[in-house]
Ligand binder design. Structure first.
Ligand code: MTE
Length: 315
């Protein structure tokens, strides 16, 4: 089983060698992309990822030993409709998004609501690197080394009230920085949501980086959600507001096309999208298709959250 839990790790296990590993990985990534071009795999757009290394990152307590998606693919082939609807648009048009200073409002059913700067928000949260499988609804997949911390740790600090049952997330709404918001592709701002138990699950993280660096704008800088057992659209980018709610929140794709995109969006090879199969996927940078696994391979960790639920109805 390539998936490994390592609850033994302590904060003193912070590894400077991770930088060494990172360099090696990036070099390997570059080699794979080079080979891909020779083999005729589509080269992706210009990548506007400035390199801002993150320090004091400890190895994740949860991680995966699988070949990682080349950095250039993960940062050059993106979905971020506020930056355009083509896969290469976000890497080209992310330059206007100002991510420093940044603050996040945490409100709703919490005892201590408030707006906090990103630095304040990060202070008590040691950063971990966690390599996760990701599966997009459009049938491509990736393996990404995220850097972040468990969302549950943050929520606990704001003291959810007994009424809190869901968590709603919102992306920045500012068409000057996110020009796609001048077009009615979706109802802006982009919104997502989780049930509180999903949000508190230790696999659910808020990411501030990937591949050992701060998140590039196209991947959702400075703060995005990562829920590895769900389709990629749940991974809302550039979050400015987190609201705990009693009722299930409205989510962007569910609002747009409710028969195509459910609230839960758990990866499920047995439930096809109305317009395509969901039983297989193609890793970015590879030709052959792979079988899609229930809950994206994380069933042992999360299937119990949905015990007794009809997953075809609650898709
Ligand atoms: N977040 C915002 N704000 N806007 C978006 O358009 N797209 C979603 C999700 N988060 C999106 C978003 C979709 S459809 C996917 S598949 C993932 O981001 C893609 O993340 P990636 O580009 O980092 O791979």
């Amino acid at each position: 089983m390539p998936f490994r839990w390592n609850p033994e790790l302590q904060s003193q296990d912070i590894t400077p060698e991770s930088w060494f590993r990172e360099r090696r990985r990036l070099l390997q990534g570059a080699a794979v992309v080079g080979a891909g071009v020779l083999l005729g795999v589509e080269p992706f757009g210009e990548v506007t990822a400035k390199s801002e290394p993150l320090s004091d990152v400890r190895p994740g307590v949860v991680t995966l030993d699988e070949a990682q998606t080349p950095f250039k693919d993960a940062t050059g082939y993106c979905n971020f409709y506020e930056l355009g609807s083509g896969k290469e648009d976000p890497s080209r048009h992310g330059g206007k998004l100002v991510t420093d200073p940044w603050s996040v409002l945490i409100d709703g059913e919490v005892a201590r609501p408030g707006s906090v700067s990103l630095e304040e928000l990060l202070k008590p949260h040691p950063l971990e690197e966690r390599v996760y499988r990701m599966r997009c609804v459009e049938a491509w997949s990736m393996v990404i080394p995220w850097v972040g911390f468990p969302l549950g740790d943050l929520l606990k600090r704001f003291e959810p009230t007994p009424k809190a049952r869901y968590v709603a997330f919102e992306t920045l709404h500012d068409p000057k920085q996110l020009p796609g918001q001048s077009r009615n592709v979706l109802q802006w701002p982009y919104r997502e949501g989780l049930r509180l138990d999903e949000a508190m699950h230790p696999l659910t993280i808020l990411a501030v980086g990937m591949y050992g660096q701060r998140l590039p704008n196209q991947n959702g800088a400075p703060l995005r959600l990562v829920v590895p057992w769900k389709y990629g659209f749940k991974g809302i980018k550039s979050i400015v507001r987190i609201t705990l709610t009693e009722q299930q929140p409205v989510t962007s794709w569910n609002l747009q096309a409710p028969e195509e995109y459910g609230f839960f969006a758990n990866v499920n090879p047995e439930v096809p999208h109305p317009r395509w199969e969901q039983s297989s996927e193609r890793r970015l940078g590879e030709f052959r298709r792979r079988e899609t696994l229930p809950f994206n391979g994380y069933a042992a960790q999360v299937a119990s959250l949905y015990a007794g639920m009809d997953l075809a109805r609650y898709f």
